[in-house]
Design a protein around this ligand. Structure first.
Ligand code: PMP
Length: 397
């Protein structure tokens, strides 16, 4: 038997997508022109489908810090955090994150994916139960599986459903509830304050993944829990460096006095090389900028409003109220792939999101704004979406 036989169905579906134009899952950005522009297939393209929420990939301070770190400390650490891979830089960043988040302790991981794996595997074991929002990111699902804990899914953003399920909890089991702040596909926000009430009622623990909300929500940019005034009820906060911080890596933070035991018990933290010095140095600079420049948040929200109102005005079906992630619903996969290709031809890159990567089988053109977008660029994007709307209407007629 061919070991690849199991992929026959998915490969057939991918072939159909290829018949409609460019491979949406294999796009190559040939030249990166700025945080919001690239050259794709020789065409100048506005990027409206990244996670570069604050546009910090080209922050001068972050670039200088990364260059200096690579010159003075080398290209890689060649070791894990529990061997030779903890440099002063890693510790400094952990302290800065802990201080920024108002937490006792912070652990830095090599990616955001590993931050979820490492935190979940560290916190929950075979004798525990994880209560998981059904729309959780793949890294959260994978962490749950790796932990060996019993997993109970509750309905997306539904604290009452969580309450009902927690009521069936057995004596002697520790319960860990996991939700995200901002959901990356539909752009909807978790009711963390209500989840916090439910977790307190049942004596459970709460972990929030603020991957898409860190730097964007809250007065200081600490995320949705800050915006909803419930940080104290969140026991563990997880985040990534690959979105608003413009780098790569991830973190987990907590004020639990025994949190640091995870440094010796969490395999995804222990058994992989630590982030390289350039990554850590750029994230330190980006974090300092988020801390001292609230205007960046003002700008991303202004841009989110402009794109959200513009797309709604063009008659597109939007999945959620206004946030920096704006998901445009398409009627089916064929139309979504066709529309995605058309936008690319018109010089606009968005994310194509289709099942199983989306909840409830929806097909989406996922747009996201950056603080680095200029108002004029968003107008141009809206102009191209306007053309798309006309062409879709003509095809339906
Ligand atoms: N959590 C969520 C909610 C995410 O959306 C992602 C990535 N898209 C991750 C974690 C993983 O982060 P990274 O890509 O930095 O590994």
């Amino acid at each position: 038997m061919d070991i690849f036989d199991k992929y026959a169905q998915i490969a057939g579906r991918h072939d159909k997508v290829l018949e409609l134009g460019t491979d949406p899952f294999g796009v190559r950005l040939d030249e990166i022109l700025s945080a919001t522009e690239a050259r794709v297939d020789g065409r100048h393209t506005i990027l409206v489908g990244t996670n570069n929420y604050l546009g910090l990939t080209f922050d001068e301070g972050a670039i200088e810090a990364a260059v200096e770190a690579v010159r003075t400390q080398g290209t890689g650490t060649t070791g894990s955090r529990i061997a030779n891979g903890t440099y002063a830089l890693h510790r400094q960043l952990e302290e800065e994150f802990a201080q920024f988040l108002g937490r006792r302790s912070c652990m830095v991981f090599t990616t955001g994916y590993q931050a979820n794996l490492g935190m979940i595997v560290g916190l929950a074991g075979p004798r525990d139960v994880i209560y998981l929002d059904a729309d959780s990111h793949a890294s959260i699902y994978d962490g749950c599986r790796l932990s060996g804990a019993k997993v109970v899914r509750f309905r997306h953003n539904d604290p009452e459903d969580l309450d009902r399920r927690l009521a069936r909890q057995q004596e002697g089991e520790a319960a860990l509830v996991i939700v995200e702040g901002l959901y990356s596909m539909l752009g909807d926000v978790a009711p963390i304050a209500e989840f916090a009430e439910v977790k307190k009622k049942h004596g459970a623990w709460l972990m929030v993944d603020e991957a898409h909300s860190f730097g964007v929500f809250g007065e200081r940019g600490r995320g949705v829990a800050e915006a909803q005034g419930v940080e104290e009820d969140v026991d563990f906060v997880v985040g990534t460096f690959s979105k608003s911080l413009g780098g790569i890596g991830g973190f987990g933070a907590s004020s639990h006095p025994r949190f640091d035991v995870l440094r010796y018990c969490s395999r995804p933290y222990m058994f992989t090389a630590s982030p390289n010095p350039a990554s850590i140095a750029s994230v330190r600079a980006a974090l300092a900028r988020i801390d001292c420049e609230p205007g960046l948040r003002g700008q991303i929200w202004a841009n989110a409003r402009q794109l959200h109102e513009g797309l709604a005005g063009l008659g597109f079906d939007l999945c959620s109220p206004m946030s920096p992630v704006i998901a445009v619903k398409m009627p089916d996969e064929g139309t979504a792939v066709w529309a995605w290709n058309r936008l690319l031809e018109l010089g606009v890159y968005v994310n194509l999101a289709v099942p199983p990567g989306t909840p409830n089988g929806v097909c989406l053109l996922r747009c996201s704004v950056s603080a680095a977008h200029r108002s004029q660029q968003i107008e141009e994007v809206l102009g191209r979406f306007g053309q798309l709307a006309q062409e879709l209407a003509a095809a339906r007629a």
